[in-house]
Design a protein around this ligand. Sequence first.
Ligand code: ACO
Length: 421
Amino acid sequence: MATVTLTNNITGKSYELELLAPSKGSALIDVRTLYAKTGLFTYDPGFTSTASCSSNITYIDGEAGELRYRGYSIEYLAKNHSYIEVCHLLLTGALPSPSQFKEFDAELRKRAFIPQSMVKLFHAFPDGSHPMSNMASAVAALASFHYEHLEMQESQDFQIMARRLIAKMPTLAAFSYRHSLNIPLIYPDLDRSFTENFLYMMRAYPTGPREEIRPIEIAALDTIFTLHADHEQNASTSTVRAVGSTGAHPYVAISAGISALWGPAHGGANEAVIAQLIDIGSIDNVDAYIARAKDPKDDFKLMGFGHRVYKNFDPRAKLLKNLLDELKEELGVDNNLLKIAQKIESVALSDPYFIERKLYPNIDFYSGLILIALKIPRPMFTVIFTIGRTVGWITQWIEQKMDTEQKIARPRQRYTGPIID
Ligand code: ACO
């Protein structure tokens, strides 16, 4: 058994702590018995050095810019498989055979409808409300319609619950958007695939489609969903696991994940990137914004730059940049915003401030430019992330449920307040 020795220089006592080996990546010091053995806690705000679970879903090597779902590289999956196949892979551990795909795809189409009485919920939101808050509310409300999922014990029931939720997300998203514009809701069309159906529900008139949904648009959005499908223990997934650890209903755990995702330091960055590019307005202003980002007295951040784990490049950003290059002519990407983004990237990547801190474009830096070209309105950008990530959240929730080592998430603290006797 590999161990590390911890020596307390005040008491002179030494303690052996076991090292846990992963299938790939850094070994981990098992500190579960630390307090019992030593009376000491670890201090790690933001969990920069702490693993909260064992997981066989997603692997990231932040130094190498590597991301894998169930062992497959993200580059391979994005090129060769659809988002629905990736959902099957994440949920079951294997890519589907042709017959499994047919069954899975048909099941998702059938489950895309939401309970009719839930439509009233959307009418209760004020016009112009942000679709992310509507999404968080709607997914939490699904727990009232499918309360039986709280009592699940069998893995077959977990799968039904997961498929139900994944299938309904595009419908809830499109309803959230259309309600925010106060325009009639469009119901799912069973004849359309998952990704096409979402674009249809966003764009169609109640009398049917008015505008062609081009295969190139479906393929681009499908890739975006795949690149967002899972990302191990990020802030929103850790939130889902924390809520799930209390035994709460899975849909409210996912709703909490949606809320966590909304923040601009996380998934909300894709909306913030475009707002920032518009604010910058011209490539002539880029240097001034870079100077602000570097100024320690200014809390301004370059949105879409930096990542807790990726310290060389974000492989998802690389794929999206390539996708943007491939599609920019056909999709009609906003040239002014693209030029500003390109200038920011080239200035930042050669600037010592960004190089020393290992700050590179992340997935959110380029996704917004593609989403604009797909005519997705800006408040829906993080909702797109939500649709793609739902499979990851629910897969992680299931894994946690089956993990006998898991406990209620309950960190400790370093108390710095007074004691008054
Ligand atoms: N612009 C300018 N400086 C930055 C940026 C940025 N985007 N990101 C980090 N820094 C600086 C910090 O100020 C800090 O500088 P210091 O050492 O002089 O104090 C240093 O780089 C390290 O940054 P931390 O905030 O400690 O890094 P952390 O891992 O905690 O945060 C995060 C990562 C939240 C992504 C951060 O880089 C950020 O806020 N980026 C902008 C928002 C963004 O794009 N979020 C999307 C992330 S991807 C995703 O969630 C899907």
